[in-house]
Write a protein that binds this ligand. Structure first.
Ligand SMILES: Cc1cc2nc3c(=O)[nH]c(=O)nc-3n(C[C@H](O)[C@H](O)[C@H](O)COP(=O)(O)OP(=O)(O)OC[C@H]3O[C@@H](n4cnc5c(N)ncnc54)[C@H](O)[C@@H]3O)c2cc1C
Length: 392
């Protein structure tokens, strides 16, 4: 199906990247993912192959050892992974979490960490923002970091800290000034680069959470965890802004994953509808079967254009907040519509493990909720783009 959707502007470098990602993913077919899913195993071999090929270092500038590719190229990588039936959630954060360090870290921090991250020697793919009591209301988070000499002492808890067990570093958002003493609503939070190797079981406890799909997510507990003051990113108190500045990249890349998922579902449904013969003809000859596939395709293509628009604006250095949010919203809706359509097209076989449809269905459901839920995107558009009154 990719032949039908090839963007003419994808000539050259991005087309070659797509081809290379497809070739790599061919080594990780459905039975590999089914086995990981069944045993809730981390897809270590897949992540190692992506790392070795340099794909996860796409957005790290060449000056720090990465390949300095555009957001469009990075989005193409994530899309192809998902279109091939693989799942980038095991490692996508390695691509973008470093953005906070890149934009707001000191030169010394960048020199210390980015080249090792680019080489795959250091994994920075844990992102500790969400907490059980505050959820989406990030400014109400309760984890505190209190300065004591040359360190900060961290106490509190995070939830849904994905990949914490498979990461060396964690980007952590914690409160350094009590809310009532902060100058503004958004001040008083700070970002730290926590070297989890030094504090695991010495102030840091990680507990896996089993979820409906294989996602290596965890809850983490901080009990007087000491973080060197040198690991503070940027200025104390400005962390919320730093985290927000990384969200556009995350949204665009995850939207690209959703486009990949939608392509996978549409391709599977189309093939099945051509092959499955009932009442003496392929089921795909019935318009009742054709139309949902065609609708899912149109919805995916529209969302894909928004993802490209958002990535293009990001690469041009233009404001892309609205486009990144709309891309995430539309692409997550497109992948979910396509997932539901694909199950329906397969009838009972849509529920059988060996077809991979039910696995991908479970996997793509996440993107209605994380990394930001649909309602919160709609609220952003309503208030920040359309100027409607704030609701919270
Ligand atoms: C598998 C998985 C992996 C994740 N990985 C990470 C990670 O690595 N790091 C991290 O920090 N977080 C992670 N998250 C957390 C994720 O970002 C949050 O789950 C998501 O932002 C929603 O927050 P919540 O779960 O606390 O829901 P809540 O904030 O409790 O919201 C519950 C529901 O209410 C709705 N809602 C809330 N407030 C409003 C409002 N004002 N108006 C309308 N609707 C509203 C929401 O849209 C949502 O549907 C992950 C989550 C999951 C499930």
């Amino acid at each position: 199906m990719s032949g039908q959707t090839e963007d003419l502007s994808d000539a050259g470098e991005i087309a070659a990247i797509r081809e290379a990602v497809r070739a790599l993913c061919a080594d990780f077919p459905g039975d590999y993912w089914r086995e990981c899913d069944r045993t809730r195993a981390y897809p270590a071999a897949f992540v190692a192959a992506l790392t070795k090929a340099g794909f996860l270092a796409a957005l790290i500038p060449e000056a720090y050892g990465g390949s300095g590719l555009s957001m469009r190229a990075a989005a193409a990588i994530m899309e192809e992974i998902h279109a091939a039936g693989c799942n980038g959630a095991a490692c996508h954060a390695q691509m973008y979490t470093m953005g906070t360090l890149l934009r707001h870290g000191s030169e010394a921090q960048k020199r210390e960490y980015l080249p090792a991250i680019a080489r795959g020697e250091l994994r920075l793919q844990a992102f500790g923002v969400t907490e059980p009591t505050s959820g989406t209301d990030t400014l109400s988070l309760r984890t505190t970091a209190v300065r004591e000499g040359d360190a900060y002492v961290v106490n509190g808890q995070k939830i849904w800290t994905s990949r914490a067990e498979y990461s060396d570093l964690m980007l952590l958002l914690a409160r350094t000034t009590p809310r009532e003493k902060a100058k503004t609503r958004t001040e008083g939070l700070s970002v730290f680069l926590v070297d989890m190797r030094t504090v695991r079981d010495r102030g840091l406890t990680i507990r896996p959470i089993r979820t409906m799909m294989n996602h290596a997510t965890t809850e983490v507990f901080f009990d007087n965890m000491r973080v060197p003051a040198a690991n503070l990113i940027g200025e104390e108190g400005r962390g919320f802004r730093y985290i927000l500045s990384g969200m556009n990249a995350e949204r665009i890349l995850i939207a690209a994953e959703c486009i990949g998922d939608a392509k996978w579902f549409i391709e599977r449904a189309t093939s099945y509808a051509k092959e499955r013969v009932l009442f003496g003809r392929p089921i795909g000859q019935n318009q009742g079967v054709q139309f949902p596939v065609a609708r899912a395709y149109a919805q995916m293509r529209a969302a894909e254009l928004m993802v490209r628009e958002a990535a293009g604006r990001y690469d041009a250095g233009a404001d892309c907040g609205a486009e990144a949010n709309m891309a995430k919203l539309l692409a997550a809706d497109a992948s979910w519509t396509a997932a539901d359509m694909c199950v329906q097209t397969h009838g009972g076989f849509g529920f059988a493990e060996e077809y991979d449809v039910e696995r991908k269905f479970r996997e793509t459901r996440l993107y209605q909720v994380a990394p930001i839920s649909t309602n919160l995107i709609l609220s952003y558009l309503a208030e920040h783009v359309l100027g409607l009154p704030r609701s919270y």
